[in-house]
Design a protein around this ligand. Sequence first.
Ligand code: HEM
Length: 498
Amino acid sequence: MITITFVVFLIAVIYYLVHLNHQHWKKRGINGPQPIFLAGNMGRSILLQIQPGEIFTDIYRKYNNESIVGAFKSFTPFLLIRDPDLIKEITIKSFSHFRDNDVEIDKKVDPIFGRNPFVLKGEEWKVVRAQLTPAFTSGKMKWLYPSWENNSSKMVQFLEQRPNATNGNGYEAKELCTRFTLNNVGDSVFGIDAKCFDEDNSEFRQLAKDFFTPGSWTIITILIANIFPFVMKILPIRFCPKSVEKKLTQIVSQTLQYREDNNIVRNDFLQIIRELKKTSKDYEFTDLDVTAHAAGFFGDGYETSSQVMSFVLYHLAANEDVQMKLRNEINEAFDEKERLPYEVLQTLTYLDGVFNETLRLTPPVFFLQKMCTEDFSYVSKDSKSVLIEKGTPIVLPIYGLQTDPQYFEDPESFKPERFLAENKERVKKCTFMPFGEGPRACLGQRFGALQVKVGVSYLIKNFELRLNKKTQVPLKFDPANVLVAPVGGLWIDFKKIA
Ligand code: HEM
């Protein structure tokens, strides 16, 4: 009896405290959806009905008169920012008040992901970001380009030898694009032939599968952490499996040793990181840092790009008129040796429009999560003084903004023309931000854009693309995946152009 009374009392106290906490935004005069006990506003994500990103999009659309909306992940209050001018303030002008991403990974638990610039905070982030930035100059991209062009040709040959891809059974676009970007990353980061078009299960491909296929415990903790953020602080979350960490360390040390012994200097990412180890003055650059940054280039380098590239193919297959227009531009661009010179690729404006329009309609991440690291006050459009307190998590609803008819007319239609020179100026700042914005924006933007564009160009020159009936339209996104992953995959028929 005493136990039952105690349990009832405990539940009542927890309920009261959670209820009190759920008054957080009301007390500050900020509007938002009504939270429910324990789940806050993330109920449908807890039930695995939709992605957290889709919840944020719903909030964005519903509160279209507000510039900020107060909501809750479980009982943690967060602010969803709707006003692009305020997003500009947060990501660019007052960046020092919102410097960190809202993600917690302990370096001691996960030495690889814990050292990724996306995860690092404060001064450490600043130093590492400055160290890695020179790896992404346009000069470096030009140096990498020939090997990516070779991989594009290999991708074409690979499809030609796959009867299923051309006989109506289709080929899954993400799978194809992952082979391509992994080959690129193998060359550019480690100077290794990843053999993804030669072998169905090359060692490198297996490594990538293990790297980006977290165990079920990790998936559960990522999901829980998205919904109940305090869990990140308590549970030791490891994204990179121990076996992958071991294998990557081995690849890096063997490759470096080989280069050392044979006096080989290559202009690739591993070389850049190797130099950093020698020259870093700001902090001790350990062997683990070398492996972690090489692994970072590896993971960041192939996964998002292959996802974006598969969406480009999907949109082209679904929009034949766009596909034809793009093919006309691309056919003109190839030279007499059937190559697409780097400089010419940079001038293809319609291809650039197709790439950007894909990122608008199907960005690989639907939202960004920032942390307010210093109190920030501003005056809202209706002349109210608003204080964002240090420690407040911030959500930037990329997908909501990019599909808002206020900023993009007829937002559900695929129109690359929106991003041609004559219209680009009209895109309001911070309403289109698939790479983020400001000092913390994606470091590999050039790398990603270039490999997607060259791969797509070779495919469009050689094949007509149609959607295969196995593709589930309209797309539905896997609620158990943090990235935007279409359920059932993107199946495409590739018809060889004679
Ligand atoms: C088309 C492909 C890609 C897309 C759409 C993309 C998108 C993004 C986004 C949205 C962020 C978060 C930005 C923010 O927090 O404000 C990010 C961060 C980052 N990306 Fe990418 N990315 C792509 C390709 C790449 C590639 C190829 C690399 C490296 C080879 C890369 C490296 C990084 C790094 C290191 C960060 C963390 C930057 C920091 O916090 O300082 N990304 N990316």
